[in-house]
Write a protein of this length. Structure first.
Length: 416
């Protein structure tokens, strides 16, 4: 069964026994920028199947702010107390990246549905623990806030690729450098721009949506060779400039470039296929070119007279293809609200998840592989040794001298 209007596969349907018209009681774990945004979307009625029931607010003054903005919502200063309170059916985790798996596991082991913010975690071992816990509790919904999957533009492009309209993909490139962040951004929190507090730079903070979309549309890579610059244009320990050469297998090669210091950034995705091409500018406008035949067939059909005109630049190649421009009007807040509503509907009636939590490992694995390749100076397989990655990560954490080393598995301590 497909999600109405889209070609998505069912992730799993469940019988919840919940009465018609019931709303999911949501708890928000963390009331920073994202947590406050989700609370506002629910309060504004943009998530009709959810009711904001509780918030964990640990920073000074945040509890008073929640009380003022959302009267009647219960406020906790400890997420375990909220999970054990019986006041919520589900939670969304809006905390620093390392804590996403820990809080997700704690929720699932207490029978609470969980939606984690991106990324699912910092390193693959902890995300694998979270996914394993979710697999052991299939009656619970596990989602991730990949709100760009709810962007109608990318949904349409995925349909075009999946339906074979541009044929087999031959090459793909994404330049996503419109993440400009001044030094003050990193100075605003002690954990920002650190290995021990944030777990990385642009790859784990700004670009996870693109790392997800790229694989969602084009497939899962096999190998990667990357160059990254650490503290290149900012006083930080982590990466602020990355270029990765990615091998998807079967001849498909891609490049991914991202940074946080480009004052006038670029967001351009290209997908070149045997029978067409897609170019996306600014994640808003897509140009879809469909060839009348495959490129090889067009090439083979060029006679000697036509060849001379091609070389001279006199042949109108537009005769070989059609062009469609796709653009949707902006809908502020709709993408995040749509993921929240979809998550709630999956709990209530089994509506297929747009962004199942199990997919969260893909972006984390690619980010880890890019880091590891740049650290080792060599091409890295996507089935890299996870202990080698963690050793290299801890080396950098130890050098900072501010945060504890990370361990292979946190699951046992997370569920206590």
């Amino acid at each position: 069964m497909a999600l109405p209007g889209h070609g998505f596969a069912v992730i799993g349907e469940k019988s919840t026994g919940m009465p018609p018209g019931k709303k999911i009681r949501l708890g928000i774990l963390g009331y920073g920028t994202q947590g406050a945004t989700y609370a506002r979307l629910i309060a504004d009625g943009m998530v009709p199947s959810m009711h904001l029931a509780a918030v964990v607010a640990t920073r000074p003054g945040k509890g008073d702010l929640v009380a003022a903005q959302h009267p009647g919502v219960e406020i906790f200063d400890n997420y375990l107390e909220l999970l054990d309170s019986g006041k919520v059916d589900a939670v969304v985790s809006c905390v620093p990246h390392y804590e996403h798996p820990e809080q997700g596991i704690a929720a699932l082991t207490r029978g609470v549905h969980v939606l984690v913010d991106k990324p699912a975690g910092v390193y693959t071992q902890q995300v694998n623990d979270l996914s394993a816990c979710a697999a052991e509790n299939p009656h619970l919904t596990f989602g991730i806030m990949f709100n760009q999957r709810n962007n109608p533009l990318y949904q349409r492009l995925k349909e075009i690729v999946d339906n074979g309209q541009i044929g087999k993909i031959l090459r793909t490139n994404w330049i996503i450098t419109n993440w400009w962040r001044p030094q003050g951004y990193y100075d605003s929190r002690a954990w920002r721009g650190t290995w021990g507090g944030e777990g990385g730079g642009v790859l784990v903070n700004q670009a996870p949506h693109q790392l997800d979309l790229w694989q969602w549309i084009c497939g899962t890579p096999k190998r990667v060779f990357a160059k990254a610059s650490y503290g290149f244009q900012r006083e930080i320990a982590v990466e602020d400039e990355v270029t990765a050469l990615v091998d998807f297998g079967d001849g498909l090669i891609g490049t991914f470039t991202t940074s946080t210091h480009d004052l006038v950034g670029t967001d351009r995705l290209e997908i070149v296929g045997e029978r067409g091409k897609i170019v996306v500018e600014g994640s808003r406008v897509a140009t879809v070119i469909r060839y009348e035949r495959s490129e090889r067939e067009i090439s083979d059909g060029i006679d000697e007279e036509s060849l001379a005109r091609v070389i001279a630049g006199e042949m109108d190649l537009a005769n070989f293809y059609t062009t469609e421009v796709i653009e949707f009007p902006p809908q502020p807040g709709a993408q995040h609200a749509g993921i929240l509503e979809n998550f709630a509907r999956n709990i209530l009636d089994g509506t297929p998840l747009i962004a199942p939590g199990a997919d969260g490992i893909l972006g984390v694995r690619l980010a880890n592989a890019i880091h590891l390749s740049s650290w080792l100076g060599e091409e890295v397989s996507m089935d890299f040794d996870e202990e080698v990655y963690l050793t290299e990560l801890n080396r950098r954490i130890d050098a900072e001298g501010e945060f504890p080393a990370r361990v292979s598995s946190r699951r046992e301590s997370s569920i206590s």
